[in-house]
Design a protein. Sequence first.
Length: 894
Amino acid sequence: IYRGKKLVNWDTALQTAVSDDEINNETHDGHFWYLKYPVIDPQEGDLEYVTVATTRPETMLGDTCVACHPEPRKQLDLLENAIREELAAAEAAGRDAEKAELEAKLETLLKRRETHLALLEKLAEMAKAGKKLMLPLANREIPLVTDIWAKPEMGTGCVKITPAHDPNDFEVGKRAMVPFISIMKKDGTLTAEASVYAWDGRKFANVTAEEPALSRTVPEKYVGMKMLEAREVIVADLEAAGILLKVEDHQHEVPVSDRSKTVIEPFLNDQWFVRMADLAQSAMDAVTDGRVQIFPERYAKTYLDWLSEKRDWPIGRQLWWGHRIPIWYVRAADGSEKMPTEDELKTAFADRSDVKWAWDEEGKEWWICLQDGELAKDALPGWELVQDDDVLDTWFSSALWPHSTLGWPEQTEELKYYYPTSVLITSRDIITLWVARMVLTGLQNCGEIPFPHVYIHPKILDKYGETMSKSKGNGIDPLDVIEKYGADALRLGVAWLATDSQDVRLPVDFECPHCGESVEQTKENRIRPRVKCPKCKEFFSTQWAKKEEDLALKRGTVISERFEMGRNFCNKLWNASRFAMMYLMEDLEEVSRPDYTLEPISDDELFMEDKWILSRLCTMAKMFTEGIEKYDYAACVRTLYDFTWDEFCSNYIEIAKYRLQTPELKPVAKRVVAFVLDALLKLWHPVIPLITEEVWQLMAKVAPKRGLTAEDLAREQPESIMNAPWFVDTANRIDPTIEAQFVVFQDVLKAVREIRARQNVPVKQEVKFAVKCPAEIAALILPMKPYFTSMAQAVLTECGSDAKMPELSSNATGANWELGVDLEGLIDVEAELKKNRTQREKLLGFIAGKEKKLSNEAFTAKAPAKVVDAERASLADLKAQLAAVEEAIARLER
């Protein structure tokens, strides 16, 4: 940590420095003003004036030089060669759009060489000869210098340099060793007494007293004006003086303070800094070597890019909000400028391990760092300790949070136990503000990373894409969601939104407290104290209600229908659990007997659907666990949701229903139902803890032992699901073949059911169907024959490559199979023909699109081979579907 004079981002409204991360760049409509700076004593062949272009003419009063490129011809040659190389590469790769763009770029550069090179070389010659320019309005001499910051390929080829008011000019000013003139006061107004600093190659010196002419560079008429106010007056004066050559419209980025929303001014000021070059690399290494992992991984780039710049971090703030900087200055009690010797300091603080000091060569004074100035008041008789007025950037204080809250720098038991913690969960907009800095300070102060994992969650926006905030009135109160939908529904809804995308939208509306109607929340009504319900015509209050008459109204809550999905699922899980326990309750009498035992279930005792649901459970649980470990919450929750709703509730329970009602078959079915439900409760518990705990307690009464293996049965069930072990497949139950079998079965079953529904076939009416497919698909379908009968009243008559479709049938196609349901006497032939002809037209359109794409050489040559192959496979599949549809049409037309 050091104190130095640097160009900082200055908030003129708050009158404090802010870091780069506390600034938003906004696109503003502005102008380029072209100005001429007269050459002093031009010789024959010299230019009479130099032209510069600027977006900020008000800063010209602080100009201390104008720069041009030292070797314009060489620079233009380098640029031309680079463009020609890119052009050759684009031409060779057939990138026509890029080629055209580069050709235009080259033409512009060649034209500029023709029109500007002689002028640019003359400028460089004049600069090297030491030519001076007259700064308009201020009427003082400034040098013409050479610097690589000037771009010969752009603009006028010259740039005005205001070192104390522009970060790029700041660096040019140091290289050119010109004065730095600060023409602005801390409140953003122009000053009559500018501060002047000289750079000696190592540090700044205040030379204001030695340079009175430079200090009085701002003419009296502009003194006291705000920067933007001065701009208008200065432009008018430049035009009147004939200095303004032309004005061009120009859009440019303007830095705006995130706090005060005012334009940030670069300002030369003494500040406390953290020297990042000494610290940043270790924080970067922690991520690149894997000690700190960021999820999603793409955000590691934000972290590394920021640290790689190694820009020193200004940590001093002039706004009194935070920790006051613990630096004290020594002042003589008699008011003199004398300073104590270092030996005196050593004696005074001999027993103080918390005190450090350093000599400031520029200020000729001691800086003393200590935790508590009160304790040192009497340590230096005859001297006073005066604390620095600045406070620490709150992000600096926050960066110390992982260890300072645990008693650091003392080696407390809490620090040993809790540091490092396991994971930091935060938003992407403070990766640089907080995450990187916590890693940096943790490594520096404790020698260890503060956390191994960082999870960056998406930002929740409203339906307009705006960040939710109390000030906008577009936020949502979790208590309102809980009251309407339940706490578990809230948690499930939020987890569902936690995708790896950057942002998610959560549309919110008011709910009328009178009639329960959902009232659209707009940008206008969301900030009103009262809103009228369009249905019942009654008014209700909002969070903005302040007046007594508004507060007297019933409060309209802000809700989102997104959470209705969570409530519906919780209801589904509850009902499925109650259904399962309805059968499990039959065992209560058995369980109460002392001699009652549960035997392990062998694979031979399991039915096909049992093996399938157990395999799918274990496959899904493996994916769920792996996803949770990668913080992929939304994908995990959606996977678990689909399995629970579709595969367990809608498929397995329905298939097993017959066995659950058949005395000799139900024992195994009940055990499998209990086992799967037990596993689901464990997997769902982190997301929906309340309902899973409730069902767990009920399960403990009706099925205290829910394992299938001897090992599972021997394990005691804990009283609470919170203490239950995580579900792990210990029996290696994953069976890819049976999973594939049920995928085909479910697709075929769905197609049969859709045909039945479309043709209005009575529920109890049995239908026959045939499936034409390769032998390997037939091997998967044939064992499922009884299930088609039990679940769809459908009899599979033929299955295989030579299967014949019924003469009068309704058809459907899938991946490598075609089925036909025999609807003799049941079908509306004209309706079925119409459906198939419509399907044929759709397929012909899809095929035409695919063929056009594949006939495009630009696509087949540039796209990855996998993508092209996938398109060809898709085309082949579409053609197979078309052939099946045309065959069905032919049969119907016969």
